[in-house]
Write a protein that binds this ligand. Sequence first.
Ligand code: ATP
Ligand code: MG
Length: 217
Amino acid sequence: MTFIVGMVSQKGGVGKSTLARMMAREFVAGGLATKIADLDTQQQTCTNWAGRRAENDIEPEIQVQSFASVKSALEEAGRFDALLLDGKPNASDQTVEIAKASDLVVIPTGQTVDDLHPGVVLAHSLRKKGISPETIAFAMFKITGSERENAAAREYIAQAGYMVLDGEISVSTAYGSASDQGKAITETSFRTLNERASKLAQSVIDRIAELQERKVA
Ligand SMILES: Nc1ncnc2c1ncn2[C@@H]1O[C@H](COP(=O)(O)OP(=O)(O)OP(=O)(O)O)[C@@H](O)[C@H]1O
Ligand SMILES: [Mg+2]
């Protein structure tokens, strides 16, 4: 069975592609046949990143393919254990298609209300279109605030009826430069940063396992 994880957002630049690359790297390292479907045909962020990764001989190799539609991305999904759908910058019809195809939909968000509000609005709109709220999870990304601000942000999302994944990704030039070199954010030169990113990746994996158990039960 293929597990499909979709990365979506209302706002652009929140961390969808960074998250897709990290999860792909962790799945591959865990022995899963994985592919990123890069649905952002304009920017091709993940596709270009995979090129830099290959040029810099970074192992493990990560498969990324660009697709014009979710439908075509799903055609060969059965060949993989995990498929990551990396969406376009802003919410569109494609966002709903990604959410419908995904077993888990991840919405990355910063910790300010400016970021949280559009994320929650998007989650509500997906719910209205038939997506189960259980399959929606927020990831705290590019955060700059204190512990207290982060706790308040988590509370905001929980109050809105959605789960927030454990772990959070702070703003760091080391994360940016890892991406520049074709690395995932679990592969920076700093162990603490890698461990923090791993915590979020593990939380995604745990949530997938939880949802799969519920499906079987
Ligand atoms: N934790 C971080 N610290 C610093 N820079 C980051 C961090 N995470 C991501 N970035 C940078 O922020 C930018 C946006 O990230 P990313 O491309 O993952 O977001 P996105 O949601 O996919 O954007 P888009 O909506 O344009 O597709 C990139 O330049 C990325 O390298
Ligand atoms: Mg992107």
